[in-house]
Design a protein around this ligand. Structure first.
Ligand code: SF4
Ligand code: SF4
Ligand code: SF4
Length: 377
């Protein structure tokens, strides 16, 4: 019996029946770029970036939706493929307000995609996705030079009325990832493709603003948007995504234990993404609290020292004074009414480790099981 083997860029690779060329490539760390494909969802086939050449076939095919066949010979970076990719990247850049730039490999100069948007440092009128944009990255990788492209008159007004999410359809490349994320990953069904032809657009309900739709602001769409069409309203304090660094941590808001990456700039969190799509329990998804509920970390009115109530007023005290008072009162209550007269409530706004220590203290020191957490799901 013939084995399930195909060749990609001269590598012989096995495949499962029904597996797509893109999936085989990704499993084997062969980089085939795509702007619309989203892992664990059905193919959208909109961006035409993952095109590959199959030996003996007249047309290039989309690797995200073409199933492997025994003996297939595939080229993912042939001259025809690269030419087609460049053309499609250029088409996308011309389709909207892509007022950023890339560096020229040869001269190291900035090349803007559209006229009149850059100063000498290449950083005027920046798109908030600069440095974190898959389209800009591909334009750089394939050196797509569209200098002088006329602005196409894309007139969408930026939608800033929503909590957490800014929508700017003048930068939308209609890849459809947001729709897949909303409908197939989060199953919220809040957005879809609306209108047709040149008016094609992502809409919520009857083209309402997100805040007046069925959107629950989980932010899944925002995380998967490859360009600057969906951005978090608090992010990028200095408009430079690349100046942040990521810190992997566990969400403390409930017991699910979602893995997340905090993007930190000048010791401030500016954005949170769900961690790796392969990493359980959340596989890169987050809820509204985990993704957007981080303002408390640097809140200006956050308590920084203990307060003791004196004559009906909260008065600042030292830690020694506060701890002494708490210890005295706990001891007195325990002696008079027993340990179970005391209960401890912990918080989602402290770390997992703090909560662990609180339950240890409650059980081992106070000798009661009356310990609970504000988000015990
Ligand atoms: S969305 Fe990407 S390609 Fe478009 S302007 Fe912003 S950074 Fe540039
Ligand atoms: S935030 Fe969540 S619910 Fe709202 S449109 Fe995006 S994916 Fe759908
Ligand atoms: S909003 Fe973003 S994810 Fe949605 S279709 Fe436009 S570019 Fe793609």
């Amino acid at each position: 019996m013939e084995k399930n083997i195909i060749t990609i860029n001269e590598n012989s690779l096995t495949f499962e029946p029904g597996e797509t060329i893109l999936s085989i490539a990704q499993r084997n760390k062969i980089d085939i770029p795509t702007l619309c494909h989203l892992k664990n969802t059905t193919p959208t086939n909109t961006c035409k970036i993952c095109l590959v050449e199959i030996k003996g076939e007249p047309d290039l095919v989309e690797s995200c939706s073409t199933k492997a066949a025994i003996g297939m010979v595939v080229f993912s970076e042939s001259p025809r493929v690269i030419e087609a990719r460049k053309e499609n990247i250029s088409r996308m850049l011309a389709s909207g307000n892509h007022n950023c730039a890339i560096r020229d490999f040869d001269t190291n100069d900035w090349t803007s995609f559209q006229l009149g948007v850059l100063k000498d440092d290449g950083k005027e009128d920046l798109c908030p996705a600069w440095g974190d944009c898959e389209l800009q990255n591909l334009a750089y990788r394939y050196q797509v030079k569209t200098k002088g492209l006329p602005l196409n008159g894309c007139q969408y007004e930026t939608e800033r009325v929503n909590p957490f999410i800014i929508r700017d359809f003048s930068r939308c490349i209609l890849c459809g990832r947001c729709v897949k994320a909303c409908r197939e990953i989060q199953v919220n069904n809040a957005i879809e493709f609306g209108y047709a032809g040149k008016d094609l657009k992502i809409i919520a309900n009857d083209d309402a603003v997100l805040k007046d739709s069925d959107c629950v602001f989980c932010g899944e769409c925002l995380q998967v948007c490859p360009v600057g069409a969906l951005i978090p309203d608090k992010a990028f304090r200095d408009d430079r995504f690349k100046d942040t660094h990521a810190v992997r941590t566990t969400c403390s808001f409930c017991g699910v234990g979602c893995q997340m990456d905090l993007f930190v700039q000048d010791n401030q969190i500016v954005k949170i993404d769900g961690a790796d799509v392969e990493l359980p329990p959340n596989n890169a998804s987050l809820c509204v609290k985990g993704r957007f509920g981080f303002n408390f970390v640097s809140a200006k009115d956050r308590l920084t020292q203990p307060l003791i109530k004196k004559d009906g007023k909260q008065v600042a005290a030292s830690w020694d004074e506060a701890l002494e008072l708490v210890a005295q009162n706990f001891t007195a209550i325990k002696e008079k009414f027993g340990s179970d007269a005391i209960g401890v409530l912990t918080s989602a706004r402290v770390t997992n480790e703090d909560n662990y220590v609180a339950q240890k203290f409650t059980r081992a020191v106070l000798k009661t099981n009356n310990i609970d957490h504000c988000a015990r799901l």
